[in-house]
Design a protein around this ligand. Sequence first.
Ligand SMILES: *Cc1c(COP(=O)(O)O)cnc(C)c1O
Length: 433
Amino acid sequence: MTTAVTPDTYYGPSFASLLDQDPQIAELLVAELDRQRSGLQLIASENQTSPAVLAALGSTLSNKYAEGYPDARYYGGCAEVDKVEKLAIERAKQLFGADHANVQAHSGASANQAVYGAFASPGDTILAMSLDHGGHLTHGFKVSFSGKWFNAVHYGVHPDTEDIDYDQVEALAKEHRPKIILAGGSAIPRLIDFERFRAIADEVGAIFWVDAAHFIGLVAGKVIPSPVPHADVVSFTTHKVLRGPRGGAIVCKEEHAKKIDRAVFPMMQGGPLMHAVAGKAVNFAECATSAYQAYAQQVLDNSRALAGGLDSRGIRPITGGTDTHLSLHDLRGVGVTGVDAEARCDAAGIVLNKNAIPFDPEKPNVASGIRVGSPSVTTQGMGPEQMETVAELIHRAVTRTDGDPDHAVAREIRAEVGELLTSYPAYPEPQAG
Ligand SMILES: *Cc1c(COP(=O)(O)O)cnc(C)c1O
């Protein structure tokens, strides 16, 4: 190594050179940063990654081809990226107490594709949560590769509890004998009973796979139980509560290590995104700190406070509350659809998404619910007291505005959002150099 490592070795000047060479794109990057700073970000799958992770992402590791795995590459010149990937793998294994980690998946969907590739062949039966009860497109939904290539059978939630119907999971498993039983989803507010799933999978000889894309950050922060001791394989994203770079990863039992690695490369992907792998390594180290554990606890406390604040205003949380970073709310009590609520909040400076609720009478593009999450506002330092304010702002936007940004109440809410963000800004240090 001959280059002296100083703050502006290459990260510092990189934005200046973009601004100089391509002001059009540079301006859009700044505009997006302004957008992220100027609204209340409540999308449950989003977060604000650290400047350190952003530095790794904006690095020359993006230039390097590294097909294969450390010490077994198809290209020369991999000495440095080998060290990066080994660190990422070791840190992931340590963080999750896993036998094996693969850090190359480009995204959550790519990680899932690899898990299918490792354990199933086209035509095989898989059992997963239905999308309209909180699952994910990649869990066998018709328009996804997973629904086209596999025979997907779906379980859902029980109408009384609105939580996973484990008796139904067991009955469907016995009836259909799936190759894979998959737990996890994108709109599940409650903890998942991994022991029960493991027992059902063992009963029918299925692989037990947990897609922890949403909640893995809470596992990393040690504030909810881990699926890792129970599942054959756990796939996840690195950019949701976890707060790392956009990407995916897989951890598994030693016996599945080779299968998983071969499924990621060469079965599903080509060269890994080494800049993203570096970002994952940085993130995994961040997640092992007591500061991150305190963050994860605050995410939970805030999520409960937000769900409670909406509940007390007639916007009922599905299952009655939340054990995670997200809650799903039924808007029928206030007589507004999900699509209208999303638009009204957007016009008032509050970013969230409409979401189908279990047994939703509306079409998915209308929906009767909204999903809200606490990861971003918690990164900005907000606490339960601010969540009470946020709940009131959401309720006011949903019930007293009409989606027009010029509506007097929408203006008033935007001003109050702006005031709140003055005390709890996103990216308080200037990012552009
Ligand atoms: C977000 C998510 C994914 C997909 O992640 P991408 O990075 O968007 O591909 C997969 N599964 C679940 C449960 C998710 O929530």
